[in-house]
Design a protein around this ligand. Structure first.
Ligand code: NAD
Length: 257
């Protein structure tokens, strides 16, 4: 799907991979609706992109918030052609630690945002996409891109909830693509390795440096958010990519810690 003149919803738009995606899609000529919980950082995105962009405080884990957010985009811009799920959290805990089991509130939060939140956006964005006329060149009505993680299959110590949420994102990719193929909507997920964002800045330097030194094959550095965003752009533009999860990780193989 040609991006120029299209309308893209991006979640997690205030930071990291989502922020870079908003900028790259806008530079390719799309109008971008940035959703996030962080109102202050969304204002910075809006002042950067101007009229090509609308921002809205949306909690992806909340059905009504997502439904109203998608409706607001359709009202303002006239439709939705692209939806990119980048909102996520990485709260970690060990299954048993200091005599306590994994806090169930942490589990529920991570699953609600990373997995249910992704599916909330998918279902309301896809519903809006079904109203689109097929693209003049490709015949498509929409493209959905999700963010999984290498942790889906190579989770580290403390990542039970995070890994389960991301494995869920990979798992839903094929059946959702099958559901939406008759409507001309493609669904692709990206499994990033270690990217230089606020999420990773929360790790001690020694931990991220150890991952870079011991687990990333080549190039031996963190990924840049723009490298993720360029893959999103390619997925939207390449009509033959569908129902798959693409690793974007410089050949990383994560170890237990
Ligand atoms: N950075 C990495 O190394 C890495 C690796 C693999 C996967 N990922 C995934 O990439 C995605 C983007 O992460 P990032 O690295 O850019 O992190 P980030 O912390 O920089 O950005 C995440 C954004 O999501 C927003 N968010 C959190 N909960 C939300 C909610 N309920 N509703 C709406 N917005 C919410 C945050 O406010 C934040 O702006 C996440 O899904 C993350 O799990 C990141």
């Amino acid at each position: 799907m040609e991006l120029h003149g299209k309308i893209a919803v991006v979640t997690g738009a205030a930071s990291g991979l989502g922020l870079a995606t908003c900028k790259v899609l806008a530079a390719a000529g799309a109008r971008v609706a940035g959703f996030d919980r962080d109102e202050k950082k969304l204002q910075a995105l809006k002042s950067d992109l101007g009229d090509a962009c609308l921002t809205r405080v949306v909690d992806v884990a909340d059905e009504t918030s997502v439904k109203d957010g998608i409706a607001a985009v359709v009202a303002a811009f006239g439709g939705v052609h692209v939806a990119v799920n980048c909102a996520g959290v990485a709260d970690a805990a060990k299954t048993v630690s200091r005599g306590e089991p994994f806090p169930i509130a942490t589990w529920n939060k991570v699953i609600a945002i990373n997995l249910t939140g992704t599916f909330n956006i998918i279902r309301f964005a896809a519903l809006a996409m079904t109203a689109n006329a097929p693209d003049a060149q490709s015949g498509e009505r929409g493209v959905i891109v999700n963010t999984a993680s290498g942790a889906a299959s190579q989770g580290q110590i403390g990542q039970a909830a995070y890994s389960a949420s991301k494995a869920g994102v990979i798992g839903l990719t094929l059946p959702v693509a099958r559901d939406l193929a008759p409507q001309g909507i493609r669904v692709v997920s990206i499994a990033p390795g270690l990217f230089d964002t606020a999420m990773v800045a929360g790790l001690p330097d020694s931990v991220s440096q150890s991952i870079i030194d011991r687990m990333i094959l080549y190039p031996n550095r963190m990924g840049q958010p723009r490298e993720f965003a360029r893959l999103v752009q390619h997925i939207v533009e390449n009509p033959y990519l569908n129902a798959t999860t693409l690793d974007l990780d410089a050949g990383a193989r994560m170890q237990a810690r």
